[in-house]
Design a protein around this ligand. Sequence first.
Ligand code: MRU
Length: 364
Amino acid sequence: MKIDGTHYRTIWVNEDGWSVEIIDQTKLPFSFETVTLKTVDDAARAIKDMLVRGAPLIGATAAYGVCLAMRDDASDAGLEEAIAMLGATRPTAVNLHWALDRMRAAVHPHGHNLRMEAAYKEAAAICDDDVEICRRIGENGLTLIEAAAREKGGKVNILTHCNAGWLACVDWGTALAPIYMAHDKGLDVHVWVDETRPRNQGASLTAFELGRHGVPHTIVPDNAGGHLMQHGLVDMCIVGTDRTTATGDVANKIGTYLKALAAHDNDVPFYVALPYTTIDWTLDDGVNGIPIEERSAHEVTHLTGRTDTGEIVTIQVSAPDSGAANYGFDVTPARYVSGLITERGVTEASKEGLLKLYPERKNG
Ligand code: MRU
């Protein structure tokens, strides 16, 4: 996608042919800065501290982390240490493990002297694949927005939660890809952007992306969605997911489940957009099986933002002596999901629905 006329992906290899550049998402929306990753520790820190975030981009960054590790130590032990370290950075998004498994399979068969080259080739392929997959998710989701526009005969209001746009992937995004395509096609779309406390990925990242692309949008507090839906102001919800079970349960940023409940009560279609890399075929029960990341209470008790004089400051917003809990994700059971938008088409959120699109997974 473009920032001020320049096309960017969220991660790329620099002209030196080896160091890896990322957009520091902790600085957005106030400043667009990139950071250079030179070691596997840099890559692990970037994921853990959320300079990069979003399930597909976490996977892509881990893939390049393996490349950087192979520069320093291409032994079997070096490869496994890197995979273990990167795999421990964030627990919920399964793309991370998918990407690391793919890297191991591509790198391990080679002799030590060829491993680094094989790693860079595979990481680039993971990124290119992600871009193409997200483009197809966009095309498949676009049909749903077009149908809603025909039915309504006017503006389509879409609610999204967190950031599942191009900043969460390598390009395009998952939930936002159909919206970009609808907007580019001239459809009248407007997006309700949940602010997404505690880290505000909606207010700072989704709003930034949509604004730069010229898509009309409005930021709302996380607790406004139910009211908007009760008053006919939302035609559909589209969100992303960090892990989808084989039965169609979806883990996504905390608060997604409440939006799905409100959508269900108000007959608002609730769609989840995902690449196949997000499906965990080993799990059937999302609520009890998907590991939920717990992050620092500081993210709840404090807020970082820009003052009127342009200074970036962090302030406390809670009673000083109170503790806080910070569950990063929740699980929306498949029964509340109207459809899964994938690179292979739109399907029902169920084992049958997923197997129709991925028949090669019939045996697990
Ligand atoms: O904690 P984050 O910012 O990594 O959480 C991101 C989300 O929850 C996204 O909705 C999800 O990764 C899907 S991204 C295409």
